[in-house]
Each structure stands twice: as C-alpha cells, then as structure tokens.
Design a protein around this ligand. Sequence first.
Ligand code: CTP
Length: 474
Amino acid sequence: MPDSYYQDALQHKIFNILSEAADDINVEAYVIGGFVRDFFLKRGKAEDIDVVAVGSGIELAKKVSEKLPGKPPVKVFKTYGTAMLKIFDLEVEFVGARRESYTEDSRNPKVEQGTLADDQNRRDFTINALALQLNKKDFGKLLDPFKGLEDLKTQLIKTPLDPEVTFSDDPLRMIRAIRFASQLHFKIDQKSIQAIKDHSERIDIVSKERIVTELNKILKSEKPSVGFKLLHDTNLLQRILPELTHLEGIDEIDGQKHKDNFWHTLEVVDNISLETNDVWLRWAALLHDIGKAPTKRFHKKIGWTFHGHEFKGSKMVYQLFKRLKLPLNDKMKLVQKLVLLSSRPIAIVDDDVTDSAVRRLIFDTGDHLDDLMMLCEADITTKNPKRYKKYHNNFKVVRHRIQEVEERDKVRNFQPPVSGKEIMETFQIEPCREVGEIKAKIKEAILDGDIPNDYEAAFQYMLKEGEARGFKQA
Ligand code: CTP
C-alpha cells in the first residue's frame, strides 16, 4: 500500500513547533488517538492532542515549551512518565511509546519503553490507534497498522489485538467500546461483544471515577439508549447500575400486568435528550423510576402499585451517587428533587384540584419547574396515539394552571413575608421552637390560600398565632 500523507490534519501552528522540537532532540514523534480519529470523522474542533514520542515524552514536552513564547510550564506526571502542556487553546499530552500491561488483580500498569508499533498495539481500538508522523521528513504520514481507517469507514469498533488481551489490559475499555458505539453510531465487532460478556465482572476493579466519565459520555450522546442497551446486553449494567436492571421485566398476576420499567426508562432518557443536553436532567430521567423495584406490590382489587416510589427513589439517588462517587452537591439535589416530584404535576390535572395544590407544587419545585415539566412530558411513552395526545394535553392543562396561579400569587421561591427576627422582636422572646412553628404556620397559610402572600396579612396572622401560644405583642 502506498504511503498516505495527511498534512491537512496538521495545519495548526502547534504542529510545526512539535515537529521542530522532535527533530531537535532526534526522536520520532506522532499525533495519535482521538485527534486523528476525529480529523477523519470531521468531528468538530479538538480540545486535546495526544503526542507519542519514541523516547521520552517528558523531554519532548520540555523542548516544545522552550520554543513557545513565555515558555509555558510543563506539568510532569512522573509515575506515568507523561507530561502535559497547555498551548494556545489546546491541551497537549505527551507520552513515551510504551509497552504496558496491567497485572490480573491490579489497577496499576507495569510500563516499559517500546516502539511506535508497541504503543499502537496497546491502544484500545483500531480507530484510536491511527498515528500521523510529526518529524519533518515524513510530516503527516499516516501509520495505520490495524486498518483503523477502514474501520472508521465501515463504522466498526474493534480492538487492535485479541479483545481478551486488550480488555484485560484495562477493563474500562469494555465500557469505552460501548461509549464510542453510542457517541459515533458505530457497531461493535462481534468478538469484542462476546469478550465483554465473558469478562463483565472485570469491570469491578476499575475506579468509579473512570466509569462515571464514560457513563456521562454515553448519557450525553444523541440517543443514550443505544449505549445503555449495549451495557445491558453485555451484563455490565447490572454490575454498575443494578438499580436500573432491577426494573426489568413484566409481572402478571390474575391477568394484570405492569409495564417494563427498564425499557420504559430508556425511552424516557431518549425523549428528554431531544429537549436538553444537560447531563443532570438526563440522569434524572435515567433514575426517575428506580424506586419502583423496591416498592412494587400486587393488590387483588387494584392491581400493581408502586406507592411511595418517588420518595424511595430520591433516597436511592443519594446512595447511588455516593457509590459511584458522583458529586453530592446541588446537582445531586436537583436529580433527587426531580425524582421526588416526578408524579406531582399530573396530580393537578383534575378540575377539582385546588389552587393550593398548584401553589405547593410551584413552591416545592422552585427554579426547576420547567425541568420537572420536561421530565414529565418525556415520561409519556405510550404507543397508543389517542392516549399520547391526551397525556400531552393534560400537561398543557397543568402548565396553564401553573401559569395562572403563579401570575396571581408569585409563590415561586417565595420567602415568608415575616422573618423569625421580627417574630422575636414583636413578642420580645428569645430564639425558641415556637418562633419556627409560627413561621411555618404563616408559610402554610399562604400556600393553602388562607391568607394572601403579603406583609400585612402575614403580620396579622403572626399576632394571632403568637397569642394562641400565650405571647403578647410588646
Ligand atoms: N486509550 C486507551 N485505553 C484507554 C483510554 C485511552 O488505549 N482506556 C488511548 C486511545 O488511543 C485514545 C487515547 O488513549 O484515543 C486518548 O484517550 P481519551 O482522551 O480518553 O479518549 P479520546 O480517544 O481522545 O476520545 P475523547 O476525546 O472522545 O474522550
């Protein structure tokens, strides 16, 4: 096969500097991995570049830095023999070509120096092993020993070596195969699928942080169900998110069935992904029904129920986030809130539901009312066109009622118009339980519509509540 050159890929001025630096210290250097793959896929602007040096990656990084204005600092990761440089708007990662293997039960690789071919051998997929030469003599030459370019064309995820070896070197690659399939709409080679099925338990040695990075990328892909279906079919899902696989299956008693909440959930995730790229809203869709497995009951008269699954589910969100080392911050709280409130909007559809229920929903949801409505609408997965239309209309009614009540009462993010300090000053009392009680009573009275959401009404109500507790206005 004649040599192919792709100087086009290397137009950014950084590549000339890399080329000169490599020639200066007399090492072979190549751009490899995601940058090259995405160039051939014409996939957006690169943010990071992986450079492999047949020799010391750290030395090459230092030489490059010397040639740059202001000599930016080289970040060295000694344990891995790698270095990182931030150049212009790009992060460039330097590694020395390696032979690397992970011992059976360890997460830490054993590393030895190797050739470019060694380095390509130990990469995850043929499409990620493509390398473009940087040295002046062969600038832009493609080195593609595993026909990665062909796999890019036929849209195939395939390991350079026997998948058993590639996955055993780093079991995270089992999820990465699925992540690339989901992101790029590629198929995974059958042998690789089989190897994942055969060794899914090896995912247990991988750190949660690395797993979550890949899960988030699956969730951010255009149609996340593609990735989750593959995770399910290869038995990985039951090891990393058993809460989801527990939702699978349809039970039937006395001719009464419930829907399969696992496959339903994947449809909900796809639906919400048409509306938002926010990965936390996609997490909320993924987890919105997880409380259904532990709360499922059958009652002879009413059939299947999942009482309290929203509350149970929101508690499970915390456990799951903690286990996966996802952030336990306001993002987790948002997911919990959406799971907890996921059945509330539909409850206010009926005409006889009072404004007070609507006010409470607005108050409880705060800034995330639109997110909650988005989740509820994504939750409609019926294939019956009549019902589909009816359910969507129901939510139109809900949105309308919310808008009406909100314009009138302004209770979103509302703070009780009388503060604890004012209660204490009015009755000349020290901080105590009753101050909190009176404040809560005022809030309840406003949400119930017993008094309007204004200062004068709240003040009068406070006097009444204080006097009922034996306090006198000072
Ligand atoms: N790589 C690997 N095995 C891994 C992780 C990464 O062989 N477990 C190699 C692949 O050659 C990959 C390169 O390291 O292309 C860079 O990895 P990473 O930055 O994680 O992925 P990218 O391929 O750059 O893709 P993306 O930018 O979409 O994450």
